[in-house]
Design a protein around this ligand. Sequence first.
Ligand code: 9MR
Length: 371
Amino acid sequence: MIQSGLPRRRFLQAGLAATGALAGVGNDTPALAAPSDRGRPRMPLGCAVQRRYLGEADYRAAITSHFDMVVTEDALKWERLRPNPRDFDFADSDAIVDFAKATGLAIRGHALVFHGQVPAWLDRLETRRDAEEDMRRAIATIVGRYRGVIGSWDVVNEFTDDRPEVGSGLRPTVWERLIGPDYIAIALREAAAADPSAQLVLSDYFLEYRDRHYDDRRAVMLRVVRDLLRRGVPVHAVGIQGHLYGDRIVDRPAVTRFVADLKSLGVEVVVTELDIIDQAYPADPDRRDRLAAQQAFELLDAVTEGGGIHSCLTWGVTDKYSWTSWHRPRDDGLPTRPLALDAAYRQKPLMQVLQHFRRRTVPPDRPPVRR
Ligand code: 9MR
């Protein structure tokens, strides 16, 4: 989309320069909305939080000064949460929820049904009945505990198979194998029953790029959502994760069409895990940060053009503690720079991009998440 009559790239440069972001990299001043923006509804901006860093004052201050919302990064994954088939250990998620409540931040829960980071005992489930009972009980317990507090849930995360063109396009997880494709509907209905006012989200990766493979992934998501809605299953939003690889091309027209298709079905779009994987970028930190901001702009602008971003969350708070440093390191050994705050909590150009969309996007009628 062209803003203020300027081509995209020039708009971004102009915007960053105008807000002082380029000169201001390395400056601690938090980004503030211009006075004219005060009182206008804004797109909530969030970040993924780990309990182990909440003891650090600068980590907490960064969250409360820059974000409206937090999402549990690892705390609710079953590996952590479910030491055995019976018990739940909510210590980490409770700590994050308590922090968010105390500071007035909205909360998203990640993720109710997710094949990643699961305990070994899950593989020992053998029958459809056992798998369904276990999944229902887990969802009822987790959502029930945070009813009225966690306002938005990744109900099923990453259900698209890495070969989306084959068969149903669904990943063969323990639930898909034992329950069948209907496990998604069952999970959504169970979550809705446990908290009827929560926003229910289906989230996935690689919905952003240009190529046949990514077209197929978007097609699987649309097919699943259409089918669920036709059957009256509650699904409120699709999460585009937004782990953006620096060397891949965001397919702006395809993303815009995808978002418009979802919107026409009454489904919102949440950017659930935004960060920029900078392995292919040059070493110079300023150049990397500008390229990263540009890449994020491409995605957020394409989503906006398709009908708007409901809320946008970065996958972490600071470059100091990003999953990319151990899962997606650079060949040259330099620290990765995927997020909007650097390792010393200084704002980077990406923060200006986020603030731009935060001010520009008016959330839709349905409240995103309760406070
Ligand atoms: O950020 C998470 C990191 O702490 C974990 O070690 C990692 C394990 O794979 O998962 C990370 O979060 C993932 C999220 O749950 C789902 N989408 C991809 C994220 C990055 O891998």
